[in-house]
Design a protein around this ligand. Structure first.
Ligand SMILES: Cc1cc2nc3c(=O)[nH]c(=O)nc-3n(C[C@H](O)[C@H](O)[C@H](O)COP(=O)(O)OP(=O)(O)OC[C@H]3O[C@@H](n4cnc5c(N)ncnc54)[C@H](O)[C@@H]3O)c2cc1C
Ligand code: SF4
Length: 327
């Protein structure tokens, strides 16, 4: 067994100071990190447990902005009255992930930084550019049925596995971070990186950066929002495609819309082309389908994942049609 140290600081500054070295990892619920340690993918020499930090809150400020602490458990987030009433898409996305037991352990910070489920990444006997830069990407010719159709590169076609991050992307969430430069904010849309030529760098965070909270901007029409997830089993399974949507309709016209896709790209995919096509247009299935197709025109499917193009198109049409019917 590999030896490692364990610390449980009570202050963020102490946690960040302990995480200065690249061999250190933050431990939150441990539901992803500990699995990867058992597989030998992660080999930290020190775990900094963040569970004693004061980040288990969901609160609203005077302007209506909702702040979620990084230590909030997924179950508590999904059950919170503010989230269920104002941002149902987020509650639904969280509940669509993992299992009840896992959600009781998993945290907001850990969910955002969970690693890809690409089978080669998790198998240390195989090459993988993300795990071992320059070693190759066997997924391109091998098992890629659930890998990316958008935003991938020659070096890596892995997908981001988080359901929560898709909803947060649609909601324009902002992440609070503390690192050696001090506390600062990063829009979620700028947190994740496309793989390009260095897929081992998945985020724009500095080494040792600690996520402390996530802000949800005020978005009144998000009361009418929804997360729809397709998966190979009815529960306890990662997405093969998902859609987070919020829709604002006036008469027969789309006044505003938020749309993000999951399980199609190395990052939660904000569908800005589709959004632009929808705003000011009619509220009908033809328009929803055309908008999805416009977004997916950039897709570059491989041998076994072309099914994701019609899958996402149909998810968009169904989700927006349901939201429109409820408005
Ligand atoms: C069987 C199974 C099925 C699953 N199904 C789904 C699913 O369908 N959808 C889905 O979205 N997820 C799914 N998951 C993943 C699950 O949601 C994640 O494992 C969980 O959200 C990670 O949270 P955690 O708190 O346990 O993180 P940890 O495992 O503790 O940490 C994960 C990573 O985040 C880092 N980290 C943690 N907290 C912070 C912080 N505050 N600041 C900086 N870095 C931090 C850690 O260092 C580590 O690298 C599944 C997991 C399992 C095991
Ligand atoms: S897709 Fe990315 S994570 Fe998967 S084998 Fe290729 S480089 Fe590794």
């Amino acid at each position: 067994m590999r030896q490692f140290g364990y610390e449980r600081p009570e202050y963020a500054a102490d946690a960040v100071a302990l995480a200065e070295r690249p061999e250190v990892r933050y431990l939150a619920g441990g539901t992803n990190l500990v699995d990867l340690m058992k597989l030998g993918v992660e080999t930290p020499d020190l775990l900094v447990d963040v569970s004693a930090l004061p980040y288990e809150f969901v609160q609203e400020d005077l302007d209506g902005l909702v702040r979620i602490g990084a230590g909030v458990r997924n179950s508590d987030l999904a059950a919170h009255a503010l989230i269920r009433s104002r941002y149902p898409v987020l509650a639904q996305a969280v509940l669509a992930g993992a299992s009840g037991q896992l959600r009781n352990m998993a945290t907001v910070g850990g969910n955002l930084l969970q690693r890809t489920r690409c089978v080669y990444f998790q198998d240390v006997s195989k090459p993988c550019n993300k795990r071992m830069p320059g070693s190759g990407c066997p997924a391109r010719k091998g098992d890629h049925h659930n890998l990316a159709i958008l935003g991938a590169s020659d070096q890596c076609i892995a997908t981001n596995p988080s359901d929560m991050a898709v909803a947060l992307t649609a909601l324009d969430a902002v992440v609070h971070v503390q690192d050696h430069a001090g506390p600062h904010e990063v829009p979620l849309a700028e947190l994740y990186r496309l793989p390009g030529s260095d897929p081992q760098r998945e985020t724009t965070l500095a080494p040792g950066a600690l996520i402390t909270a996530v802000d949800l901007p005020t978005l009144p029409f998000a009361r009418r929002s929804r997360y729809r997830k397709a998966r190979e089993r009815a529960s306890y399974s990662f997405a093969i495609g998902s859609v987070a949507a919020a829709l604002d309709v006036e008469g027969d016209v789309v006044r505003d819309v938020r749309l993000a896709f999951g399980a199609v790209a190395p990052v939660p995919w904000r569908a800005r082309t589709a959004e632009a096509a929808l705003v000011g247009g009619p509220v009908n299935e033809e328009a929803f389908r055309a908008a999805a197709e416009a977004e997916l025109a950039a897709a570059e499917p491989l041998r076994d994942n072309a099914y994701k193009v019609p899958l996402i198109t149909n998810l968009v049409v169904r989700t927006l049609a349901e939201l429109a019917a409820g408005s």
